[in-house]
Write a protein that binds this ligand. Sequence first.
Ligand SMILES: NC(=O)c1ccc[n+]([C@@H]2O[C@H](COP(=O)([O-])OP(=O)(O)OC[C@H]3O[C@@H](n4cnc5c(N)ncnc54)[C@H](OP(=O)(O)O)[C@@H]3O)[C@@H](O)[C@H]2O)c1
Length: 203
Amino acid sequence: MSTFVVIGGAGRTGRRICERLTGGGHRVVVASRSSTPQLDLTGKPDPAIFAGADGVVIVVEPPRDRDAAEAAMHGGVAAVAEIAAREDIPVVLVSQIYLTRAAEHPELRGVIEARARGEQALRESGAQYTIVRPSWLHDLPSAGVRIEQGDTGEGRIGRDAVADAVVAALFDPSASGKTFELYDDEESTSPDWPSVFAALHAD
Ligand SMILES: NC(=O)c1ccc[n+]([C@@H]2O[C@H](COP(=O)([O-])OP(=O)(O)OC[C@H]3O[C@@H](n4cnc5c(N)ncnc54)[C@H](OP(=O)(O)O)[C@@H]3O)[C@@H](O)[C@H]2O)c1
């Protein structure tokens, strides 16, 4: 049995990640502003929350306010990454598409730019990491899933498919150091994650 800290684990995608982990016999610590232990990503995370963890997932909805988004998605992600690097704990960060093309969504610019800095801080932290970038989320099953790199696509993806990708990445060292996007695609099959991760380009 392994132990995983899921920051944002009571959210709609986070809950699905936790269900998969507990269903696999693992222990899950949900950390967020309204959980126990309490963790507000805009503040300084308590390193004790991560003691003995075998993996960390960050699946937090960013605040829309630019300064708060910067505090959570850059400062908070960087702080968790620093702890993870020190304690040798792999991190899976749920991010989003449009990170390299904020101009396409000016209304989200503050969030996107903060997230981009957070992604980069994680890459540079020395922690083992995977960055999963969902397209627009929905709650229906995904008929098939297309995996891309390079952040050029448009589309939607089911939260279940995102949870599958996150959990697969937690257990597969070949996902480490890689960033990818997820889209619904009826013409694609259900991913064979080990083959997908092995074929992805490293960052
Ligand atoms: N909506 C979309 O179309 C879309 C597209 C691409 C990517 N995403 C991203 O995918 C992820 C999952 O989205 P979702 O819709 O499933 O999320 P969600 O249901 O909105 O849940 C988000 C979770 O974040 C936690 N949270 C918020 N602020 C926090 C903070 N400062 N510190 C710690 N925890 C905090 C919340 O818990 P508390 O309230 O208890 O803190 C909540 O459990 C998010 O990162 C989201 O931005 C969304």
